[in-house]
Design a binder for this molecule. Sequence first.
Ligand code: C2E
Ligand code: MG
Ligand code: MG
Ligand code: MG
Length: 283
Amino acid sequence: TYEGNYDSFITYYDDSIREKLLREHMITNAMKRAVDEKQFVIYYQPKFDLNSECVIGAEALVRWKHPEFGFLSPGEFIPIFEKNGFISELDYYVWDCVCQKIASWVETGHSLMPISVNVSRVDLYNPKLPQLLFDLINKYKIPIQYLHLEITESAYTDNAKQMIDIVNEIRKIGFVIEMDDFGTGYSSLNMLSDLPIEILKLDMSFLRNNVGRSSGRSVIQFVINLAKWLGLFVVAEGVETQEQAIFLRNMGCDYAQGYYYSKPVDDSDFEKLLLETHLCVMI
Ligand code: C2E
Ligand code: MG
Ligand code: MG
Ligand code: MG
């Protein structure tokens, strides 16, 4: 620890970097077997209609249960996988599992609603992505409207033209595209006109920082109005209290996702939840 001594500060700094690198190394080594050993599991977090309070869809979120290191958070391993390239393999694995699940739900007459999967910014620069997704829904013979794709603002960078073409191709095939984490990047407004988005997901930090102040509330109202004006549906992420839900509903926000309604749950709990909760006609 730092004790007013420059040397010990350096040591402390080195230690924390070393620890981070060691952990990254550990994760990189462990990931190779993780898919085969079924250590990655998928949780589902329902999205609710703010007015009727019924479920209109859900987001699939990956979890890593390592036999030795325990539960690892996507916030930690996804950025590492985006650096070392493994993310494409993991994402494809997640999409495949989700499609298989949807197919089983269609078969058992369980529920018919869209499940959104996350698509890394790395995937969005792969020209084979549209075909890959198309093949996937054909493989499981699921109607295309049941698989939504969440893409993030951060994908829209340097070489955006290539990514814009790929996303447009995916939209042309018929997939619904959701813009994830909206409000955290810098290029938000150009992106809205460049990309064929149908649903805007307001990032939870955006909500956290703004609800308390009147100027902040105006910003949220503006973004919701803008989305409406562009003909987009709006989902608020990270809704934790009834106050937030009421606030968002009054602002004209359509849907919400967050702990107030439900945490992400495993597939069997999700199926139970579907049986108990009222389902709406989907978007
Ligand atoms: P995201 O796509 O924005 O997902 C929403 C995150 O917010 C999830 O974190 C979810 O558990 C969390 N969350 C939901 N409601 C609340 C709430 O009321 N309060 C708070 N504090 N948090 C809430 P999670 O599951 O840890 O995932 C983190 C991020 O990791 C995701 O953010 C997404 O960017 C990424 N991710 C997760 N699964 C995948 C995947 O299969 N592929 C890719 N490429 N990325 C994934
Ligand atoms: Mg997401
Ligand atoms: Mg999100
Ligand atoms: Mg987010």
